[in-house]
Design a protein around this ligand. Structure first.
Ligand code: GDP
Length: 203
């Protein structure tokens, strides 16, 4: 049985949706931002982490919204950044997204950490590599999370996690492996997020 996420014990509320991540949040608190390709499982993961099934919308049609969704916990915010890499996105939309992300990563003084999601089944895409470069250039603490682990058996999961770590130039055990369906890895990720946000890590 999976342990529950410590975040699930905390009250959470939807603060709002904003087109501009430079939005001023009141009160200013540390922020943990979630980013990943459209359809990587970001909304599902947010919902499972906080234990509120309907909080972030899970969509069958990826990449439609480019809004920043903000969720408030007592001592920090979870920031759901727009998904990237939508195949049909125009050149204009792509460069707009890059500008948005770079501005947020470089300028946001309240940003405490980034949770970067990759689908465990796929090698990093060109968009993922670009995101990694943006993250590295920003110097922001980043938790690398591999999603949809339930789609693979145990052995394949470990092997894929190592391959992806290698492809990304990370230590073999650095990526955290999660499934929003089985709950695997969710509690550990919740602890990492609390620690990154400056809160208590619950053992
Ligand atoms: P987002 O676009 O990154 O917010 O992704 P969503 O959370 O909307 O999920 C995209 C699709 O992947 C949906 O059909 C989800 O049901 C599915 N999905 C998300 N997380 C998981 C997971 O951990 N396991 C499995 N099997 N499917 C998932």
């Amino acid at each position: 049985m999976s342990r529950r996420s410590a975040l699930q014990a905390l009250p959470v509320e939807f603060t709002g949706s904003y087109p501009d991540p430079a939005v001023r949040l009141d009160p200013p608190l540390p922020e943990i931002a979630f980013v990943g390709r459209s359809n990587v499982g970001k909304s599902s993961l947010l919902n499972v982490l906080v234990g509120r099934p309907g909080l972030a919308r899970v969509s069958g049609t990826p990449g439609k919204t480019a809004l920043v969704n903000v969720f408030r916990l007592p001592t920090f915010y979870l920031i759901d950044l727009p998904g990237y890499g939508f195949a049909r996105a125009s050149k204009h939309a792509r460069s707009g997204y890059r500008r948005l992300l770079r501005g947020y990563l470089d300028g946001r003084t309240t940003l405490a950490g980034v949770v970067w999601l990759l689908d465990i089944r796929h090698p990093p895409s060109a968009d993922d590599v670009e995101m990694q470069e943006l993250l590295a250039a920003s110097g922001r603490p980043t938790l690398v999370v591999l999603t949809k682990a339930d789609k693979l058996g145990r052995a394949a999961r470990t092997a894929r996690a190592r391959e992806l770590a290698d492809a990304l130039g990370l230590e073999p055990d650095e990526p955290q492996v999660v499934s929003s369906v089985s709950g695997d890895g969710i509690a550990d990720l919740g602890d990492s997020i609390l620690a990154a946000a400056g809160g208590e890590e619950t053992a």
